[in-house]
Design a protein around this ligand. Structure first.
Ligand SMILES: Cc1cc2nc3c(=O)[nH]c(=O)nc-3n(C[C@H](O)[C@H](O)[C@H](O)COP(=O)(O)O)c2cc1C
Length: 167
């Protein structure tokens, strides 16, 4: 899959089969996240792989997308390390780039994934569940698995709605 095809065919996947996902693939997804650009190359991202049924069940209690976390083969909780951050906006932008890389590579590997942000309402509870210190700020939970179906549509605004000017 080339990059353009990957960008245009990626969809948020929320339903998964029961097939497990190899650890190597999860590591590949994290490596893709690590290769995102970051301001001053400070690489603020930190990751926790959550695979066990027991832990995913606990994690799922923190979001109304609990079904997605429960059915996923694995989740990767993505944190920003506040102790290395230097600019709120720029560090959060770097984190977005990291998470997008992860989604694209999950797709390129034939997996399905979704960026879960609603769980941030319980960011502290998730951090404590994963026994992490206060400097770890939850950015997202990425749920990953083998897609239950390959029929997923998504819409985007027309270019004319978002392209403000061409000077
Ligand atoms: C910051 C952010 C937070 C999101 N949070 C959730 C979420 O909590 N639950 C969910 O199912 N999808 C979530 N999504 C996925 C979006 O709903 C999805 O990207 C959007 O509807 C477009 O669909 P597509 O990714 O299939 O193109 C989130 C995406 C982003 C970028």
């Amino acid at each position: 899959m080339n990059l353009l095809e990957g960008i245009y065919t990626r969809r948020s996947i929320r339903q998964f089969t029961h097939q497990p996902v190899d650890r190597e693939l999860l590591i590949e997804i994290i490596k893709a996240g690590i290769w995102a650009p970051s301001g001053l190359n400070n690489q603020p991202w930190r990751f926790v792989i959550v695979r066990s049924d027991e832990m995913r069940k606990e994690l799922a209690k923190n979001t109304r997308y609990n079904f997605t976390i429960e059915r996923a083969a694995a989740c990767i909780a993505v944190f920003a390390d506040k102790s290395v951050m230097y600019n709120d906006v720029k560090d959060h932008q770097s984190m977005g780039a990291c998470i997008q890389n992860m989604l694209l590579v999950a797709h390129a590997l034939g997996l399905g994934a979704v960026w879960l942000g609603e769980v941030l309402k319980n960011a502290d509870a998730v951090r404590l569940l994963l026994s992490l210190p206060e400097n770890m700020e939850l950015m997202a939970v990425v749920a990953i698995g083998h897609p239950a179906s390959d029929k997923h549509s998504s819409k985007r605004k027309n270019l004319s709605e978002v392209l403000l000017k061409e000077l």
